[in-house]
Design a protein around this ligand. Sequence first.
Ligand code: ARG
Ligand code: ZN
Length: 462
Amino acid sequence: MLRHARTALILLHLTVGCALGAAAPATLLPDPIYPDLGQPGLDVQHYDIHLTVPQPGTPWLRAQVRIDLQAKLPLNDIRLDYQGPTVLSVQWNGMPVPYHLQASPAKLIIPRALPTGAAATLTIVTAGDTRGLPDPTLPIQLGWQSVPASPEQPGANFAFSEPDGTHTFLPCNDHPSDPATFTTHLTVPQDVQAVASGRRTGETQHPDGTHTLTYTLDTPIPTYALGIHIGTLQEVRRPAALLPTQSVDLSDYFPTSVPLDVRAPYQRTTDILKVLTDWFGPYPFATYGSVVVTPPLPALETASLSTMPVRSSRERVIVHELAHQWFGNAVPLARWSDTWLNEGFATYAELLWAEANAQDTTPLLASWRDRLRGGTRPLTATTQAELFDSTAYARGALTLHALRQQVGDPAFRTFLQTYARTRAAQPTQTADLLSLSRQYLGADAETLLRRWIDRPTLPAIP
Ligand code: ARG
Ligand code: ZN
């Protein structure tokens, strides 16, 4: 009797604990820095996207997007983020439904209610010219990139979306706290290559001189991390990387105009994967590769298929983007203010790689301190301009270094692997990292982390 009562109590306790802990997509929004992105209580499981690009290099595209969604809270309507080409039709569970477009904040609103737990499928067809969204700090446009044909190369298109560019070409729940799996079908002219995040699962030739390539990504990722590239790309297949618990298929993609010295550093991917899996645990996807692009953008960790500008084609950046496959892609942010959980970890991977190559890491550590000379801030960002500043990268990395100095390599390694494993597909914020540090490394480690996270100035490394 007593035993049963105790079991019941424990069960009750577990239920309450879960209800609080698992509330993720329903209650993390609105995001303090991007209050207009995403719909609280909307949980997208899967996006099936079909893009047709008849003239690569131009901003025109046709998109058919099927969204499998569920309500985590009672929803009065569905409000997707969208400011893209003309909406041609919307279907709700296969039936046409009315919809309306709101300009600010930019939403595609479908007046259909869902009770908690209910699921539905939306299918949206759009067509027209895409238009980018200005980046808050860099002179670049986020979203669908169009590289016009030139004497050096035919036209190309690709996605460059972090943080909020995806909804300029696809209707979606455009917030990292709602990661989803993706199937991407790309229809392009026969002589043009098309590649997206995930493994290639289909290719169909059409009588009209086009072909459709299909890619499947089974690991949930944030919308900004969806990689799509269209152009005259040369695929360089590498031998599969044989890692302790998995085999990863590797291919890199280069515009034909790109010279050999740009391509060379990508030969080291298997070595980098070995070092990073040793620290972080299993690599989260079935495939990996980089696509080199010519415009002068930052590098971006698009899932299983990093987007690498020519000028970023250096070993250190390749390591950085590969590390993001764990930190940022597999482990998604719960809110944009915690970009240090992406950038600090990926930057620290640069040091782990240097060490594995028996390089002196003193200059790298010094360069991080230097980058903070002009000032720093507590690690949680408060403005859009802070998301990718030197504090997120350099102070973030130094924070992990300080933690490692205090706890030692074996505990640090276990901690990184536990974080990567337990937070996969779980929207994660600084508080989650802190509670994990308390649980696995003890109160002193948490105290150290809090100093590094909360103080306005930089603490000393132990
Ligand atoms: N996450 C990218 C990196 O690997 C940086 C992206 C910066 N994006 C931007 N819109 N400013 O560091
Ligand atoms: Zn990064």
